[in-house]
Design a protein around this ligand. Structure first.
Ligand code: GLN
Length: 464
């Protein structure tokens, strides 16, 4: 990426031609693969000293971009044009990057396969009959398919960066909760939502994180830490002294072919000097239930503001407010959003609140403690990202909602704990990508980047 920035700045790349080529290829890919809700015509040059001079960045639909429809993959926000940029977007623009468009996703992030997207379901670049994963499916798909300078801005609540990164064979980096401002992110579940990045290599992911991280007074949950440069960590080549924890619970119910692939990735980490230790995270089995209660409870309150008055979809007003409210919400929300509203409202109703929501919050603390204990014995945890290969749409259609939620078993615990995580490709099975999931303690992004970078270099050299 550094070469691209230098060359486009000094004129060895004709920037206007580059813009046309990127927009044309993106639009052409979009016809087949539905990666985007909207492809922008980006042509404005940046200031010559801008560090990300002219770099195209795709932005997940739930992240606000001034003047571009930002609808979080939902019909209820159709036509909503934010009058402001999310902080992450403002920061990349200030750094000289340009917005390539808004990528398709599951409505408000509710999903694992991007099949709950109101503006087209993104298709996997390795096999268009299969899913890109979700909810940041479009972001992962374009990152894999474009093969031109580009980085994606995405979001995860319970695994929406890691899952699609694994299914599309790219790097997905979800930072510690609070490291990147949520200002301008259309909320799914406020205590879980994180803006992160997807890229074709570890360096690019580290580069974008360096530009979007750091304190923001506009987000009260933003951590009080300064912007940091993570790109140096991406130069790491050996892992001497690193302790890799292998959590045994993360191999239950995993496709045996994936287990084998991940085990050989862990051997590769060992060959780079790391030492692996067996770890147990006994609270893992409670994470899914706790997550779906907390996430739905928060989502159901967040979605109450969409009533066809202030944002997005408006219909002809007939009857009283309740009639109108029901009409707009029936037309605007998809099935999964309605399911989450019902689930979440139930979980926080008086009489049920203690049994569900408060209990889930207690389980959340126990999950955090589980990780804290593990990080006394190891520096980085390594596991499969997803238990299955990218599934076919015809198979997804047969899943019950519960079976669908169970697909998040390996990505949800780290999201519930708010720790950083990175998915990186560790090979292919029947031409479909497999993800290795690395997790580290809060604010240990550099460790994750170092581990992934050393692995990436070794895997690349091994192929030569
Ligand atoms: N699949 C999970 C869900 O549906 C996670 C989605 C996300 O991280 N946005 O809630």
């Amino acid at each position: 990426m550094k070469e691209f920035v230098d060359e486009s700045r000094n004129g060895s790349i004709n920037y206007a031609d580059f813009c046309s080529a990127v927009t044309e290829k993106t639009s052409a890919l979009n016809e087949t693969y539905n990666f985007f809700q909207f492809v922008a015509n980006f042509r404005q040059r940046a200031a010559a000293e801008a560090p990300l001079y002219g770099l195209p960045i795709s932005v997940k639909d739930c992240i606000c971009v001034k003047g571009m429809q930002s609808s979080a993959g939902s019909k209820i926000l159709q036509g909503y044009m934010p009058p402001f940029d999310a902080t992450a977007v403002a920061r990349i623009k200030e750094s000289g990057a340009r917005v390539l468009g808004k990528t398709n996703q599951d409505e408000f992030g509710f999903g694992t396969f991007s099949t709950n997207s109101a503006y087209g379901v993104p298709k996997n670049p390795y096999d268009p009959q299969r899913s890109c994963g979700g909810s940041s499916g479009g972001a992962a798909g374009i990152t894999a398919a474009l093969k031109m300078p580009h980085i994606a801005l995405a979001e995860s609540t319970g695994g929406s960066i890691s899952c699609p990164a694994a299914f599309c064979g790219v790097v997905g980096l979800t930072p510690t909760y609070g490291l990147v401002s949520r200002y301008g992110l259309i909320d799914y579940a406020n205590s879980l939502d994180k803006i992160g990045v997807m890229a074709r290599c570890v360096y690019d992911a580290a580069l974008l994180l360096s530009h979007i991280g750091g304190h923001d007074p506009m987000d009260s949950t933003s951590l009080n830490i300064k912007k940091q440069d993570y790109t140096k960590s991406a130069a790491k080549k050996d892992l001497k002294g690193l302790r890799i924890g292998v959590p045994k619970e993360y191999f239950d119910g995993v496709d045996p072919k994936i287990t084998k692939q991940v085990e050989s990735a862990i051997e590769k980490l060992e060959s780079l000097g790391a030492k692996s230790v067996k770890i147990s995270l006994p609270m893992t089995k409670y994470a899914l239930a706790a997550y779906y209660i907390i996430a739905s409870a928060e989502a159901s309150t967040n979605l109450s503001k969409y009533c066809g008055m202030r944002y997005g979809l408006h219909l002809d007003i007939e009857g009283n407010f309740s009639d109108y409210f029901s009409k707009v919400r029936s037309a605007g929300f998809g099935l999964e959003a309605k399911r989450r509203i019902i689930l979440g409202t139930f979980a926080r109703m008086s009489g049920y609140r203690d049994a569900y929501y408060l209990k889930a919050m207690k389980v959340r603390t126990m999950i955090i403690n589980d990780f804290k204990k593990a990080f006394k014995k190891c520096d980085v945890l390594a596991a499969p990202t997803m238990p299955i290969l990218p599934p076919k749409f015809s198979d997804i259609a047969r899943l019950t909602p519960l079976e669908n939620y169970q697909m998040d078993a390996l990505t949800v615990p780290s999201n519930v704990a708010g720790i950083p995580q990175l998915s990186i490709n560790c090979g292919f099975i029947s031409s479909l990508p497999v993800g290795l999931h690395l997790m580290a303690d809060h604010l240990q992004e550099s460790r994750l980047i170092e581990t992934a970078a050393a692995f990436e270099t070794a895997a690349r050299d091994g192929k030569k």
